[in-house]
Design a protein around this ligand. Structure first.
Ligand SMILES: NC(=O)c1ccc[n+]([C@@H]2O[C@H](COP(=O)([O-])OP(=O)(O)OC[C@H]3O[C@@H](n4cnc5c(N)ncnc54)[C@H](O)[C@@H]3O)[C@@H](O)[C@H]2O)c1
Length: 341
């Protein structure tokens, strides 16, 4: 296990890399801690939860809503949770997002930490303090930015992760490579999903590299007023199609990245659209999706990244360098209407 304290403007977070869930006992007092997980993780890893108070929520994005928040709060009240209670989210991004959100509002805020159990949550969702819930088709419409006390990596959870969820997580890894790490992009081109699924050490290093990359971006701009926005690469169109069409987050973001590369070709002269699409496909991700352009534009009008008649869009200048660009909604509408043909 390697412990690394990362200081953000609002708080420091302890990262426990390559640890085991057993280490949680030395971080959080079982008498004051409530674990929140989902039914898939609980069913696959029941024995790991023994000895802890636990709240199990239904699995999947459909759970990331106010009704689940209400349910968790009722359970916390039933358990007699106080301001001293620590919540630990053990699961994918849905569990970590909702745990961080409940912890931010329960009794005006209690402490929390995460044990991310999907690739996506390990490299992305657990890091940076953003938490929240969806409102209908609008992803993450309600939430706060508040840092966890700790993030503990237990690679043993990944043994039960379904293959589609591996690809899902690699979408965010490819995103990181595209916006800020050209050497990692080349490494991914030379590797394969199967290789990482089997190669424990390579996977551990890749996860750590991505977690630290994201943490560094967040350190530079915790409240997302500038450079943190680069992490939204692929997410503008991605979020607009994810809930409307019930796509997995990684698949939606992969389609969003392919679209952003297409726009980049026109807006910044980006020359590697084909390479990015090939890498996404190499890791089992889609690069096109047929959607109703009108419906998608309706969701985009309410996007948090909208400013007046423009939307802040992340484009690529080259592999490893993302840039922010204000695109008018009318340009976007034209481009979306005729993409991917
Ligand atoms: N807060 C952030 O900064 C941030 C960043 C990226 C994504 N997100 C959010 O993360 C969510 C997506 O996260 P996700 O892809 O992890 O989805 P998820 O939490 O729905 O997990 C995916 C599936 O895998 C199952 N699962 C999780 N761990 C498992 C394991 N070890 N073994 C077997 N099954 C397991 C879950 O039950 C679920 O069915 C989205 O809601 C997205 O908005 C948040």
């Amino acid at each position: 296990m390697t412990v690394k304290k990362i200081r953000f403007a609002s708080a420091a977070v302890n990262f426990y890399f390559d640890a085991g869930m057993g280490a949680l006992r030395s971080i959080a007092d079982p008498k004051k801690t409530v674990l929140i997980t989902d039914e898939h993780v609980y069913e696959a890893h029941r024995s790991r939860f023994r000895g802890w108070e636990i709240i199990v929520i239904p699995a999947g994005e459909a759970s990331k809503v106010q009704a689940t928040v209400d349910h968790i709060i009722q359970q916390l009240l039933g358990l007699g949770a106080t301001r001293e209670t620590v919540l630990a989210g053990v699961g994918g991004g849905v569990v970590t997002d909702i745990t961080g959100y409940v912890a931010s509002i329960y009794m005006r805020g209690i402490s929390f930490g995460f044990i991310p159990t999907t690739v996506l949550a390990l490299v992305d969702a657990s890091i940076g303090g953003k938490n929240g819930i969806d409102v209908g088709p609008f992803k993450n419409m309600v939430g706060t930015i508040r840092q966890p006390l700790f993030i503990l990596h237990d690679p043993a959870f990944l043994k039960t992760l379904p293959p589609a969820e591996w690809s899902n997580g690699f979408a965010e890894i490819i995103k990181h490579a595209c916006i800020g790490d050209a050497p990692m992009f080349r490494k991914l081109e030379a590797g394969s999903l199967q290789g990482y699924m089997k190669g424990k050490k390579d996977l551990e290093l890749l996860i750590r590299r991505n977690a630290l990359l994201k943490a560094k971006v967040v350190q530079g701009d915790e409240w997302e007023t500038g450079s943190r926005r680069l992490l939204n690469f692929g997410h503008t169109l991605g979020h607009a199609i994810e809930n409307s069409y019930g796509l997995m987050h990684g698949s939606a973001v992969a389609v969003g990245m392919a679209f952003a590369c297409h726009l980049s070709k026109k807006e910044t002269g980006f020359r590697h659209e084909a390479r990015v699409k090939a890498l996404l496909e190499q890791y089992g991700l889609p690069t096109a999706f047929s959607f109703d352009a009108g419906k998608v534009m309706e969701v985009l009008q309410k996007d948090k990244k909208r400013a007046g008649s423009a939307i802040r869009f992340v484009l690529l200048e080259k592999i490893g360098r993302g840039v922010l660009s204000a695109l008018s909604l009318s340009t976007l509408e034209e481009e979306i209407a005729c993409w991917p043909s």
